[in-house]
Ligand binder design. Structure first.
Ligand SMILES: [Zn+2]
Length: 233
């Protein structure tokens, strides 16, 4: 069964290989199934908090390609507790950055924030594991965003189109043969019910968490205690 992965990271820059090589990485699993990794990096007072859902395009129902990526987009549409763009607005207000990504086997979300705001961002991320609210008013326009992304990244890019065809031929009847962004004719038919069904499947899967933070002892203990209170999702 695919799992849900949460990742927290304190990364100062991309050129961090040497620092990580000597870092004392903590890796443990909470009683609720959340897998945690803490990688210390003391160069800057920032923390990158990531959650990795071990669910991706390979887990989509045949005929619904693009669903994992579509849901990734919809995860930014708000919850009952934090409606609309409240999550993104809070990250922006504290000077943070955020984004997300989807692959065949995972979907990830991250925020890079001042370390003092870690708890606040954890609360926001935990909230959208279970609290996502989707209406047709937000789902339909976002489908057009995804279709335009398909235009830009694939339909208008000969190399990407060739790559898709090669994967389809190489993997034949295997999920990896489906493009992560989806086949256009299948993306066009995705709707709110598809997204909610996939969301419920994803959140029912066990949580796995990999935090990488600025101070192992402090952050690992904090992360463990905080997420332990959240139960299984
Ligand atoms: Zn996208």
């Amino acid at each position: 069964m695919a799992k849900l992965l949460l990742l927290l990271a304190a990364l100062g820059s991309a050129a961090a290989g040497a620092a990580y090589a000597s870092a004392e990485v903590s890796h443990f699993t909470l009683a609720n199934g959340l897998e945690v990794v803490v990688v210390p990096d003391h160069r800057a007072p920032v923390v990158t908090h990531m959650i990795w859902y071990k669910v991706g395009a390979a887990d989509e129902t045949p005929g619904k390609s693009g669903l994992a990526h579509f849901l990734e987009h919809l995860m930014f549409k708000g919850t009952e507790k934090n409606p609309g763009d409240a999550f993104s607005r809070q990250v922006a207000e504290i000077g943070g950055q955020e984004n997300a990504f989807t692959a065949s086997d995972y979907t990830g979300f991250f925020q890079r924030i001042p370390r003092n705001n870690l708890k606040e961002v954890m609360a926001l991320e935990a909230d959208r594991i279970t609290g996502l609210v989707l209406t047709d008013d937000v789902v339909r326009p976002e489908l057009n965003v995804v279709l335009e992304e398909q235009n830009m990244r694939v339909a208008n890019n000969p190399a990407a189109r060739l790559s898709q065809q090669m994967d389809a031929a190489l993997y034949l009847n295997h999920p990896y043969g489906r493009p992560v962004i989806g086949w256009r004719q299948e993306i066009e038919r995705l709707d709110r019910d598809d997204a909610l069904t996939f969301y419920k499947r994803a959140r029912a899967m066990r949580l796995k968490c990999s935090p990488m933070c600025w101070a192992v002892a402090k952050t690992a203990a904090f992360t463990a205690s905080w997420w332990s209170t959240k139960g299984s999702h």
